[in-house]
Design a protein around this ligand. Structure first.
Ligand code: FES
Ligand code: FES
Length: 241
């Protein structure tokens, strides 16, 4: 069973293939299509989503490529997609900035940029130009020429973190993520398994028992076997815990 928060909604998935990427999960299983597929290989950033994780009692946010992340990596985390940023009928400050600075033309890259910018506002509220370049380095846009996007991102730079619904609900989110608990050591579905050791002794035991298992951390290379070569990986060992 893989348990995680989709924004604030608990998802419990026991029949999801360990080879399924977060991108395909979102678009094909949940029908959330705001997250786009551009390259499917970690190069364009159109699929960027943000993961919230508890570190020392606080939420830490990380932007990731959904096309290279297997769903098993979501256990115990908060998955935030572009659909989650609006608060009622109000756009999130990041979205407003993109509108005000004309940072979107065809719009295909926009959800990915928005999510990278959102993660930056959380991780480094007082970001300078270098921080913005670094945060957006994984996002490609073929229309705007980048200047309006960079200016939109710089306009959000301030001393204090942006007040938004994620900040307002941080305590509750931390409590709900902590309540999810440790992952199952083995999750199997669709004839495949993913093992999630939480210490090096368990990792060693799993590898002795399953020497043919492939280890996955970020998935930058390994996920391409699934997304680009359409191979199946029967046994994965997720090292993120
Ligand atoms: S779709 Fe291009 S990085 Fe994921
Ligand atoms: S606005 Fe068209 S690719 Fe960025």
């Amino acid at each position: 069973m893989i348990r995680f928060l989709m924004n604030q909604t608990l998802r419990e998935e026991d029949s999801i293939s360990p080879n399924l990427t977060v991108l395909n999960y979102l678009r094909e299983h949940v029908r959330k299509t705001g997250t786009k597929e551009g390259c499917g290989s970690g190069d364009c950033g159109a699929c960027t989503v943000v993961l919230g994780e508890v570190m020392n009692g606080r939420l830490q946010y990380r932007s990731v490529n959904a096309c290279l992340t297997f769903v098993s990596a979501l256990h115990g985390k908060q998955l935030i997609t572009v659909e989650d940023l609006k608060d009622g009928s109000s756009l999130h400050p990041v979205q407003k900035a993109m509108v005000e600075f004309h940072g979107s033309q065809c719009g295909y890259c926009t959800p990915g940029f928005i999510m990278s910018m959102f993660a930056l506002t959380k991780n480094k509220p007082l970001a300078d130009k270098e921080d913005v370049f670094e945060a957006l380095a994984g996002n490609l846009c073929r229309c705007t020429g980048y200047r309006p996007i960079v200016e939109a991102s710089l306009s959000l730079s301030q001393n204090q973190p942006i007040r938004d619904q994620f900040a307002d609900y941080e305590k509750q989110t931390v409590a709900r993520l902590e309540a999810i608990g440790a992952p199952d050591v083995e999750h199997s579905a669709d004839g495949k398994s993913v093992f999630t050791p939480t210490n090096s002794d368990d990792l060693a035991s799993i590898l002795i028992e399953h020497p043919d298992a492939r280890m996955v951390a970020g998935g930058t290379d390994l996920a391409l076997e699934v997304t680009q070569f359409h191979r199946e990986i029967p046994k994965l060992v997720y090292l993120g815990r």
